[in-house]
Structure formats: structure tokens, C-alpha cells
Design a protein around this ligand. Structure first.
Ligand SMILES: Cc1cc2nc3c(=O)[nH]c(=O)nc-3n(C[C@H](O)[C@H](O)[C@H](O)COP(=O)(O)OP(=O)(O)OC[C@H]3O[C@@H](n4cnc5c(N)ncnc54)[C@H](O)[C@@H]3O)c2cc1C
Length: 251
């Protein structure tokens, strides 16, 4: 058994700030690992009491603490199928070159990792929007699935939904998007600079006043898509939820 997680005392200024803000910490234990594709791994966890204390909301994410050459390395990950009664959830890791995804590639049943709950909050808008415009990639696929499930059990489950999904590897077509047949999904190859998904969103422009936008891709494309939705689709500022999920070329 290996424990890669950093302890609270070694989390440096990030851990100190989170503690001052009242963040809660939980120790998670790995109970299973599924390799979905060569670039996507699902890890199952016992939640150490997290869900019972913090509850659950759509697209909920937590901070996991990884070791990066002896330094604390905090990254955000989304809960998949959280079950507060059983005290379990999974996390799906898009695999690339980084300490968090490397941990996921090599973790085993019985490993433990520290988590901090702070910053995640999302609720479906009220009144319900007339439709949804969603843009994401493998990193935000768990959040998109959680959002689609929340829409499916909402008061307006039948509204139109469009999802633009950026992919970096061909096997990402095999990833499970929890969509209905009447939802529209457009898969877009990322290419070298990430502009293709922005172009795809721009190419589809229509008057979507009354819709809600949800965007979580790489930082530059998140900014560009959110601007398109607010300005060209007519959603306005308050009807777009946008968060950069990763930064190209960062270390
Ligand atoms: C709210 C929130 C929820 C998230 N939920 C998930 C989730 O459920 N599953 C998930 O896989 N990711 C998720 N992410 C994204 C994840 O936190 C980042 O991808 C993170 O940077 C991974 O950390 P790392 O240590 O592996 O790589 P880092 O040390 O951050 O980066 C190392 C290198 O990898 C590159 N890189 C980082 N992320 C990606 C990526 N996704 N694709 C390609 N290259 C990348 C960087 O540009 C850099 O060159 C979420 C992010 C946020 C903000």
C-alpha cells in the first residue's frame, strides 16, 4: 500500500489559507480502479465521511492533495455518482503529463489521499432555462454528466441541450456521456492550440436568449466560449457559468 497524499501540516500556504477559510479535510481510501481508456481512469473511494458532512450538489468538486517531488500539489476533481448513504464516490481522471493524473494511473486499492472541501457550489438556475449550451472536454466530462443528470430530474427535463466536446485522443469517443437521444453533441478535435472548439461554437450561433451556458475547458477556450455565449448567443453575463478546468502548458 502506498500513501502519496500530503498531510495537512505539509500543505504550505495553500493549506493554511484553506484552513483559515474554514475548509474541511477528509481522508479518502481507494476501493477500486477501472481503466476506461488509455487516457481515462476511474478511481472508486470510500469518502471518510465527506458526503455525510458536506452534502452533494450537481458538478460538485473537491481538492485532492498530491505529492510533487516533496511539495504539496492541490488539484480539483469532480465527484462521480456520490452516494451519501454508502459514503462512496468515484473520480474520473483524464490522463496527461501531471502529478495528479500520474497518481491516478498508478494508484491501488487501499491507497489513501487527503481531500479538502472548499469552493464548490452550483445549483440549477431558477426559473429553469429554455435550453442548455454546454462546452467541455475529458476533464469536465464528469461534471457535464452530473449536470445532464440534474437536468433530467429537474422541472424542465425536455429542454434542448447542445454539448460541444473537445477531445485530445481518438479513444475519448468511447467515454460515456450521459446524454439523451434528443440532445445534440458535437465532438471537436483539440488540435495544437485549442481554437477548434471555439470555432465550432461560433459556427453554430443563434439567438439563445433564455438559455443557460455552462463552460469548462482549457482556460483560453473557456474565456473565448463564455464570451461567445454571452455576446453572440445573447445569454448575457448572469446566464453563463464558466470555469477554466486546466491551463495549457502550465506546470
Ligand atoms: C472545478 C474543477 C473540477 C475538475 N474536475 C476534473 C475531473 O473530474 N477530472 C479531470 O480529469 N480533471 C478535472 N479537472 C482538471 C484538473 O484539475 C486539471 O487537469 C489539473 O491540472 C490536473 O493536474 P495535474 O497535476 O495532473 O497536472 P498539472 O500539474 O496541473 O499540469 C501538468 C501538465 O499537464 C497539462 N494538463 C493539465 N490538465 C490537462 C488536461 N485536462 N488535458 C491536457 N493537459 C493537461 C498542463 O498544461 C501541464 O502542461 C477539474 C478542474 C477544476 C477547476
Amino acid at each position: 500500500m502506498t500513501t502519496f497524499a500530503t498531510k495537512p501540516a505539509t500543505r504550505g500556504w495553500q493549506g493554511a489559507v484553506l484552513r483559515l477559510l474554514g475548509a474541511d479535510d477528509f481522508l479518502l481510501t481507494v476501493t477500486g480502479v477501472d481503466k476506461i481508456t488509455d487516457h481515462y481512469v476511474r478511481v472508486y473511494f470510500d469518502d471518510g465521511g465527506l458526503l455525510a458532512h458536506k452534502g452533494v450538489h450537481p458538478t460538485m468538486w473537491i481538492r485532492l492533495w498530491f505529492d510533487n517531488d516533496g511539495k504539496p500539489h492541490q488539484r480539483a476533481y469532480t465527484l462521480v455518482d456520490p452516494d451519501p448513504v454508502a459514503g462512496t464516490f468515484a473520480i474520473e481522471f483524464a490522463i496527461h503529463d501531471g502529478p495528479a493524473s500520474q497518481w491516478a494511473e498508478f494508484t491501488f486499492v487501499g491507497d489513501s489521499i487527503s481531500s479538502t472541501v472548499m469552493g464548490s457550489s452550483f445549483a440549477l438556475p431558477t426559473p429553469a432555462p429554455d435550453g442548455w449550451l454546454i462546452a467541455g472536454d475529458a476533464a469536465s466530462l464528469p461534471a457535464i454528466n452530473s449536470l445532464l443528470e440534474a437536468i433530467a430530474v429537474s422541472d424542465s427535463p425536455d429542454v434542448p441541450v447542445t454539448v460541444w466536446m473537445e477531445y485530445q485522443h481518438d479513444d475519448e469517443y468511447a467515454l460515456p456521456l450521459r446524454m439523451r437521444d434528443d440532445h445534440r453533441v458535437e465532438w471537436v478535435a483539440r488540435g495544437t492550440d485549442g481554437t477548434a472548439i471555439v470555432d465550432a461554437v461560433r459556427a453554430d450561433v443563434f439567438d439563445a436568449t433564455g438559455y443557460h451556458g455552462w463552460v469548462a475547458t482549457e482556460a483560453a477556450s473557456t474565456r473565448a466560449i463564455a464570451t461567445l455565449l454571452r455576446r453572440d448567443y445573447g445569454l448575457g453575463r448572469s446566464a453563463v457559468t464558466a470555469q477554466a478546468y486546466w491551463i495549457a502548458g502550465s506546470i
